[in-house]
Design a protein around this ligand. Structure first.
Ligand code: ISL
Ligand code: CA
Length: 544
């Protein structure tokens, strides 16, 4: 058992994700920036967050909003300067808030100096990437890209380069020791500046074992050659022993397509790889293999998935939203009559599960999916590429429109609604992406003033979690899940809590355990012991 002095700082942390482009604009150019983040640090402090995961702010041409980095040691001028970044780190530190940077090392931008030199024929830099001759009339292999289409693009000189994402994001060759030196140097650069760790983008696919053809699949042909490879585990272990362990870091991996077994290997404390991982199974609860094709969401399935991951991992990274997913009230809750209740329920659930909870900007006020008028309002490169792919497959416009609008990542990328003014308090200029008209009633200003708002529920729930040993470090046990109701306990040495989550819009009869309702989104239900109201969340204390 770790004593309080050796205990890792992040074990009981609540982490808030900022997507800088959409958070707060300080200079009226319509793009969120570092100055905007600094201006909201007190807001975050007041909310109770311990750390910020900052989506990329590095230099970038912005084809994938910063997930295409052209200089890892500089800041995108849209977001500010290196001085602004240093100011953010030190101001946050003064408030006791840590900064976790996003680290995108599967690929760089095609504008990165390394790739430019490679294209110009410099052999040193060609070996930083995967350049290969085509086979017959086509690409070197049959791999598919995450964003639809092929994973190879032909260069002017006739050969091809590999990109698992867009053609603007060439994959780095992790077989090359120079790449290792460059990237670990970049990690040290930021850790020396005082950042507290990294969220490692698609970290479990960086090491390609071979470039052979993959088994033909409906999506992501080729993945067996790069998913969770032995070489990837070895690389992460080296990052850990040679760099991360020298600082008090928190490293969370974005690990795509992981199973609980893969995740255990990647985040087992004894293996010294990652501290925690993001899994995706619950995000895909309503998808038919490919996220663009949806099926009906069933709460009992969500419960089964969450329970499985709670059992499998000691410290899962828990989340219901991020910049790649639709808003959680649309996904798992209700945007009509039960908007407020369901947003509070999701808050309660996220913050009661075992692990490290992540809150995504705007989630704390119950922001909803975008109200785009059509495909023309969408900016995301993934949506653009999928639209092209669907066109090639002869999908008609109305179908493409429907499928893309309901799932586009831009649903989570509309500006944070700070107030009900025209620019939503986000900008005084023309926003880079459409602001949701529901800013009129979903906004920080109004919710701050309302004691019963979603925002204040978040504050209370974070505070509750902070003061509860059972929630912070207790064990987890599922009690039952009758009729789409999730009931589990969190228990520490001298505290046992029963957590009740009604994940439906109907009243549900439940068996009642414990003695005393101590927290919930229906404060008046104290006496209704055997029923849960629609989307009711309650915490019940019990004597041990
Ligand atoms: O968006 C997705 C599912 O909804 C994923 O396929 C996503 O592309 C995948 O999780 C990887 O995401 C990360 O890397 C991408 C970047 O576009 C995402 O924003 C980032 O979170 C490439 O760097
Ligand atoms: Ca700006």
């Amino acid at each position: 058992m770790a004593t309080s002095s050796t205990k890792k700082w992040w074990k009981n942390a609540v982490i808030y994700q900022i997507y800088p482009r959409s958070f707060c604009d300080s200079n009226g150019d319509g793009i969120g920036d570092i100055g905007g983040i600094i201006s909201k640090l007190h807001y975050l402090k007041d909310l109770g967050v311990d750390a910020i995961w900052l989506s990329p702010v590095y230099s970038s041409p912005g084809y994938d909003n910063g997930y295409d980095i052209s200089d890892y040691k500089d800041i995108n001028p849209d977001f500010g300067t290196m001085e602004d970044m240093e100011r953010l780190i030190s101001r946050a530190k003064r408030l006791g808030i840590k900064i976790i940077m996003d680290l995108v090392i599967n690929h760089t931008s095609d504008h990165h100096e390394w790739f430019q030199k490679a294209l110009a024929g410099d052999p040193k830099y060609r070996d930083y990437y995967y350049f290969r001759e085509g086979k017959g009339h086509g690409a070197p292999n049959n791999w598919g890209s995450f964003f639809g289409g092929k994973a190879w693009t032909k260069t002017e000189s006739g050969d091809y380069y590999l990109h698992l994402f867009s053609k603007r994001q060439p994959d780095l060759n992790w077989h090359n020791p120079d790449v290792y030196e460059e990237i670990t140097d970049i990690m040290r650069f930021w850790l020396d500046k005082g950042v507290a760790g990294f969220r490692c983008d698609v970290i479990n696919i960086i090491y390609k074992e071979s470039l052979e053809n993959g088994i033909k699949r409906f999506s992501l042909t080729g993945r067996e050659h790069y998913l969770n490879t032995e070489g990837c585990h070895e690389l992460i272990q080296r990052f850990n022993s040679e760099v991360w362990s020298k600082y008090k870091t928190f490293i969370v991996g974005e690990t795509v397509m992981v199973t609980p077994d893969d995740a255990k290997l990647l985040s087992d404390e004894n293996r010294k790889e990652l501290d925690a991982v993001f899994f995706f199974e619950h995000m895909d609860v309503d998808s038919r293999g490919i996220k663009w094709f949806k099926k009906k969401y069933r709460p009992c399935k969500l419960i089964r998935i969450l329970d499985k991951w709670q059992e499998a991992l000691e410290v899962p990274a828990n989340y219901f939203e991020n910049h790649d997913q639709i808003r959680s009230v649309n996904h798992f809750g209700n945007t009509g009559k039960y908007w407020e209740k369901s947003a509070k329920l999701l808050c309660g659930l996220n913050l009661s599960l075992r692990g490290v909870p992540f809150i995504y900007e705007g989630e704390e006020i119950g922001m909803t999916n975008a109200d785009f008028r059509g495909l023309r309002d969408i900016k995301d490169i993934e949506s653009y590429n999928i639209n092209q792919a669907m066109k090639r497959l002869l999908f008609v416009h109305s179908v493409r429109r429907k499928l893309i609008l309901q799932t586009t990542r831009d649903n989570a990328r509309t500006p944070v609604q700070w107030d009900s003014s025209e620019g939503a308090g986000f900008t005084t200029g023309e926003p880079w992406i459409k602001i949701n008209a529901n800013k009129s009633y979903i906004n920080v200003q109004d919710e701050s003033a309302d004691e019963n708002s979603i925002l204040n529920f978040y504050k209370k729930m974070i505070e509750f979690r902070k003061n509860s040993q059972a929630l912070a470090e207790g064990n987890y046990r599922r009690v039952a899940s009758p009729n789409d109701v999730y009931i589990f306990t969190r228990e520490s040495k001298d505290e046992r809590l029963y957590i009740y989550c009604n994940l439906t819009g109907f009243t549900k009869a439940v068996e009642f355990y414990g003695d005393n309702i101590i927290f919930g989104n229906y404060p008046e239900s104290k006496w209704e012991k055997s029923y849960l109201k629609p989307y009711e969340f309650r915490i019940v204390a019990s004597n041990i």
